[in-house]
Design a protein around this ligand. Structure first.
Ligand SMILES: [Zn+2]
Length: 244
């Protein structure tokens, strides 16, 4: 779905543990670059490729990937993507997220101990599936680290907003020309309403709420939530309400 000039929200059905759901990676583009923000779960690149093509783009033109954060539903498809594109791709992530994405640190969620706990009560089949996903996390070399407030010179300028809490190096991306905010998991869309980060998956809610406040200093016309999709109705007001 075209959200604004230079921004396309993808709708990709992904198998997650115990079911399927629609996730929303975003394409940001200009005449020189095609950027994919977040790449989904491992082993599901065909679905993303189909969504990119449906939006009218050639998958092999992707030259940059930006990760909003380290969670496996956002970075898991990176190796599949690199294989499918078949040429070097720039990978951007916040500096605090780099060691997790590169595999030098255990992920902040679903580390080995937590996975062991999770699979304890599962059936054999589910356990195998869970371990295959979480104990073989793809890693990737981050080619450029991002810092708060930095403006990426693509599509007229994409401002990086560091929004820690859900993970230490979580970022939102603000497309200055159109007031479009790619929120990652800092917000979730539910029934047309914006909600804050899911407490179940957010280790530091206090920090995540402080990060939400940061978002209110921007004029946001549209918000793309990785989980739940587009919110384009009174977004500034909705963001403000979440911080009260
Ligand atoms: Zn997520």
């Amino acid at each position: 779905m075209k959200v604004a000039d230079g921004i396309e929200m993808l709708e990709v059905e992904m198998k997650m543990m115990g079911g399927k759901r629609i996730n929303n990676p975003t394409l940001i583009y200009d005449d020189k670059h095609l950027v994919l923000v977040d790449v989904g779960m491992p082993g599901q690149i065909e679905a993303i490729k189909a969504a990119v093509e449906k939006a009218g783009f050639q998958f092999s033109n992707i030259d940059t990937v930006i990760f909003t954060h380290q969670d496996i539903d956002h970075i898991g498809g990176i190796q599949d993507l690199l294989d499918a594109v078949g040429k070097p791709v720039e990978i951007y992530a916040h500096v605090d997220e780099k060691p997790y994405i590169e595999g030098d640190k255990e992920p902040v969620k679903m580390n080995r101990q937590q996975v062991a706990q999770m699979v304890e009560k599962m059936s054999e089949e589910m356990r195998k599936e869970a371990e295959a996903i979480y104990l073989n996390r793809p890693t990737a070399k981050v080619t450029k680290t991002l810092t708060d407030d930095e403006v990426i010179p693509i599509a007229g300028g994409i401002q990086v907003i560091h929004t820690p809490g859900h993970t230490p190096g979580h970022i939102c991306l603000y497309h200055q020309a159109t007031g479009t905010l790619v929120t990652g998991d800092e917000t979730v869309a539910e029934n047309g309403k914006l909600t804050g980060p899911n407490p179940v998956y957010t280790p530091d809610m206090g920090l995540a709420l402080a990060s939400l406040k940061k978002l209110t200093t921007h004029d946001v016309a549209k918000a793309i939530c990785y989980h739940g999709g587009l919110i384009d109705d009174q977004v500034n007001e909705q963001l403000r309400e979440l911080t009260i």
